[in-house]
Write a protein that binds this ligand. Structure first.
Ligand SMILES: [Zn+2]
Length: 74
């Protein structure tokens, strides 16, 4: 099944990687202003833009990386 919403989110992130960061606990992509990860409650992040883009690519291709809609569409 193709998940268009997931792909759209991935593209949005790849276009604006500076607005996102990666949770080091669960590899979720969250908005840059997030303090505590809504998925795993970690508070350590990697905000390297290349890494964010790489994770977004993975997000667009697989089901393994989760993303929180609340963060992406606020
Ligand atoms: Zn997390």
């Amino acid at each position: 099944m193709i998940d268009n919403e997931r792909l759209a989110s991935a593209i949005k992130i790849m276009l604006n990687p500076s607005r996102y960061k990666i949770c080091e606990g669960c590899s979720s992509i969250v908005s840059i202003g997030t303090r505590i990860c809504p998925n795993c409650h970690a508070y350590r992040y990697n905000d390297d833009e290349d890494y964010v883009v790489k994770q977004a690519e993975i997000l667009g291709k697989s089901e393994q990386t989760s993303v929180t809609k609340d963060d992406l569409f606020t």
